[in-house]
Design a protein around this ligand. Structure first.
Ligand code: FES
Length: 153
C-alpha cells in the first residue's frame, strides 16, 4: 500500500510539474513561425513544438498593441504565444480578437493576452497559460520552444 501511495504521489507531482515547468528544463531553440506579411492582425496560428506541445500564436487587432515602426512593420508586442492547453482540465483555448482574450469553451475559462487567468475555473485556481518567447528578425516571426528529448541542440 505504501508503494501505491508513493507511485500515486509521484504521478501527481510529475503532472503538476508539467504545468508549472512546461519545458521541463529541456534545451530550447528558436523556430520559424511565419513571415510577418502573411500574419494579419486579429489572426492566429497553431504551432506544434517538437515536444508535441500545442501553442496558439495570436496577432492582436490594430489598436490593441503599441504599434509597429514608421514603415508599417508590426511590433513584437502585437504578437503573443501561449500554450493552447487549458491548465484547468486540458481543453484547447482559442483567441477571441474582439474580446482581446483567450477563451476555453469547456468551462468558460478566460485568459488575458499575457496568459493570466481572468475568469472561470482558471481564475478561481489562479492557473495561467504558459507563455513562449517570440522575436522578429528580417520580417520573420520566430518562437523559442523546448526540443524533444534526445534532440540535438
Ligand atoms: S478545461 Fe478550461 S476552463 Fe475547464
Amino acid at each position: 500500500m505504501t508503494l501505491s501511495l508513493l507511485a500515486s504521489y509521484g504521478t501527481f507531482a510529475a503532472m503538476a510539474g508539467r504545468f508549472l515547468l512546461p519545458t521541463g528544463g529541456r534545451p530550447r531553440r528558436w523556430l520559424l513561425v511565419s513571415d510577418l506579411g502573411s500574419f494579419r492582425a486579429g489572426a492566429t496560428r497553431t504551432f506544434v513544438a517538437p515536444t508535441g506541445e500545442r501553442i496558439v500564436i495570436a496577432r492582436r487587432a490594430a489598436g490593441d498593441a503599441s504599434g509597429g515602426d514608421d514603415r508599417g512593420a508590426p511590433a513584437l508586442d502585437e504578437f503573443v504565444a501561449l500554450s493552447s492547453t487549458c491548465p484547468h482540465l486540458g481543453c484547447q483555448v482559442t483567441w477571441q480578437p474582439q474580446e482581446t482574450r483567450f477563451f476555453c469553451p469547456c468551462h468558460n475559462g478566460t485568459f488575458a493576452p499575457d496568459g493570466s487567468p481572468t475568469g472561470g475555473p482558471p481564475l478561481e485556481a489562479n492557473q495561467s497559460l504558459p507563455r513562449y518567447p517570440l522575436r522578429i528578425d528580417a520580417g520573420l516571426l520566430y518562437i523559442e520552444v523546448p526540443l524533444a528529448d534526445g534532440a540535438a541542440t
